[in-house]
Design a protein around this ligand. Structure first.
Ligand code: 5GP
Length: 120
């Protein structure tokens, strides 16, 4: 599959500092920030700094260092937020996954009982 990255997407603008964000954690490989429209008390987006459109693009094409760096940022978010009772990690992908922003991101959602997945 061909992946085409649009560097005008909103998360690319956040990474370039053109749009502000509420940063939770940042490293050389990833940025984690609070979602602007939180679905739960904890709702953090973790994004790689590289130009990847989706989870499958990242998993297939990112270097081992980028992939480890990304997951280390996820681990940091788990430490820094109040999700001891559990959470959900979601990566919406393309049309069927209802992905709005075409820069790979993982939602870390928690801080309340979330109910069963896929009710819609
Ligand atoms: P998607 O549907 O692509 O998985 O989710 C995109 C997420 O990005 C949504 O939860 C939305 O609230 C969030 N979002 C969109 N624009 C912005 C923004 O400018 N700042 C932040 N912090 N979150 C955003």
């Amino acid at each position: 599959m061909e992946y085409t990255y649009d560097d005008q997407n909103i998360f690319a603008k956040i990474l370039r500092g053109e749009i502000p964000n509420d940063t939770v954690y940042e490293s050389d490989y990833a940025l984690a920030f609070n979602d602007i429209n939180p679905q739960a008390p904890v709702h953090v987006l973790v994004i790689p700094k590289g130009p990847y459109v989706s989870l499958d693009h990242f998993a297939q094409h990112a270097s081992a260092g980028e992939q480890v760096g990304f997951m280390q940022a996820v681990a940091k978010v788990c430490e820094l937020t109040d999700i001891a009772d559990g959470f959900r990690a979601v990566c919406n992908t393309r049309a069927h996954g209802v992905q709005d922003v075409p820069h790979y991101h993982m939602h870390i959602i928690g801080g309340r009982q979330l109910g069963r997945m896929l009710q819609g």
